[in-house]
Ligand binder design. Structure first.
Ligand code: PMP
Length: 407
């Protein structure tokens, strides 16, 4: 009976949002939110998304029929090109199969489910995730019964990448493990390997026959340059790895609630592409059918309208530069303000880190004090969403200082 269902702990981010909403102070600041906000702290509908929406609404043939199990072909095809590059050897050689998913979360889940069922080892492979990682990785892989372990990632001293630790951790994982990698703009730290470091990671992964699972939630949102943010994925593909990718369109299109995403499986040139891709696709279709039957149409249609039209695509890139540019300028503003106030410690990591988040290095006690004294809300691990800062509230950090909050 339901008596045996234990009470689950509250989702920490959910609790934070509830506390923020309850706070009646007019100058409160939300640095917890994992979504883009404009300079007025409001959600931003990308102008190109508005245009695509209008185009779609004028289409007399638009209806609400089911999509195919694998999703909208004119969405998955340009999504592959976006992720892998239009000139990708894997695409030329038909080594890729792609399924439209419930945004990035659904793509991670579909990939996890597939690997849990079909990964080559006799016992369940372990998924190695970075320490720390996006909290949902642990839940998703646990739900599909894949054991989880971590590799070192963040250095508390430098507030940058613990590259030696990361490499040693990946090297120490049992032969043929699944290694989850953030393609760009690592969540929650904002710290990424350099291109040279990615090359060294690839060497170790090859030596140990590990399987790369890329999670790409911030392409174009991180640097404003779609190719640059996809560099690591494309490099691993060029090195001939068999791998998979979870691709989200939540951040880069601002389509959060529409749940547009894609799962890509890329087989290695060493395999017979035609039969491998066909077999993998046939199994993914069964998993997709039993999980969601078919994916939601509207967000994919919006993204497809933009991705397939060169003029709209160029406008999208402009919109991406607006978002990433504002975030980068908030990073500089925050760092200068902290330095101007002679806040103890060094603050270079704020501008070195990229993407939506910054790992400030604040302790849990400091985070709670900021919440109580200055009405500034962030997650307990000291992660702040740069999108929560704007030209109006960034000066509030001075208020925190005057009230002797330990920033
Ligand atoms: N992976 C990472 C690392 C993320 O940060 C996110 C977004 N918070 C996602 C996946 C998936 O998000 P969504 O399901 O909204 O696409």
């Amino acid at each position: 009976s339901s008596d045996v269902v234990p009470q689950a702990p509250e989702d920490p981010l959910f609790g934070l949002m509830a506390a923020y909403r309850k706070d009646t102070f007019d100058k409160k600041v939300d640095l917890g939110i994992g979504a883009y906000r404009d300079d007025n702290a409001k959600p931003w509908i990308l102008p190109v998304v508005k245009k695509a929406d209008e185009i779609l609404r004028q289409d007399p043939d638009l209806n609400h029929e089911y999509l195919p199990i694998a999703g909208l072909p004119n969405f998955t095809a340009p999504s592959q090109r976006l992720m892998l590059g239009a000139d990708s050897p894997a695409l030329r050689e038909n080594r890729v199969t792609s399924f439209q998913t419930i945004s990035g979360t659904g793509a991670v889940h579909l990939g996890g489910l597939f690997l849990s069922k079909f990964f080559r080892t006799s016992s369940k492979p372990t998924v190695y995730v970075s320490n720390p990682t996006w909290a949902n990785h642990n839940q998703i892989f646990t739900n599909v019964h894949l054991p989880i372990a971590t590799y070192p990632y963040f250095s508390k001293q430098t507030k940058g990448l613990d590259f030696d630790g990361m490499l040693a951790g990946i090297k120490a994982a049992p032969q043929g493990s699944i290694i989850l990698l953030h393609a760009c703009a690592h969540n929650p730290t904002g710290v990424d390997p350099t291109q040279d470091q990615w090359k060294q990671i690839a060497v170790v992964m090859r030596e140990k026959s590990h399987f790369p699972f890329f999670d790409c939630a911030y392409q174009g949102f991180a640097s404003g340059d779609l190719a640059k943010d996809a560099w690591a994925v494309r490099y691993f593909v060029a090195q001939g790895f068999e791998l998979c990718i979870a691709q989200s369109f939540a951040k880069n299109f601002g389509l959060y609630g529409e749940r547009a995403g894609c799962f890509h499986f890329v087989t290695s040139p060493a395999n017979d592409a035609a039969t491998t891709v066909g077999r993998v696709a046939s199994q993914l279709a069964i998993l997709q059918r039993s999980e969601i039957s078919n994916p939601p149409a509207y967000g994919a249609r919006i993204a497809a309208t933009v991705l397939n039209d060169p003029a709209l695509f160029a406008e999208w890139e402009e919109n991406l530069r607006t978002m990433s540019g504002r975030i980068i300028s908030m990073r500089s503003a925050l760092r200068s303000r902290l330095e101007e106030l002679k806040t103890p410690g060094t603050w270079k990591h704020i501008t070195n880190q990229i993407g939506m988040f910054s790992f400030t290095g604040l302790s849990e006690a400091q985070v709670l004090k900021l919440r109580q004294d200055a009405h500034i809300y962030m997650t307990k691990n000291g992660r702040i969403s740069m999108a929560g800062l704007n030209t109006k509230n960034r000066m509030r950090l001075g208020l925190a200082k005057r009230r002797k909050a330990p920033v």
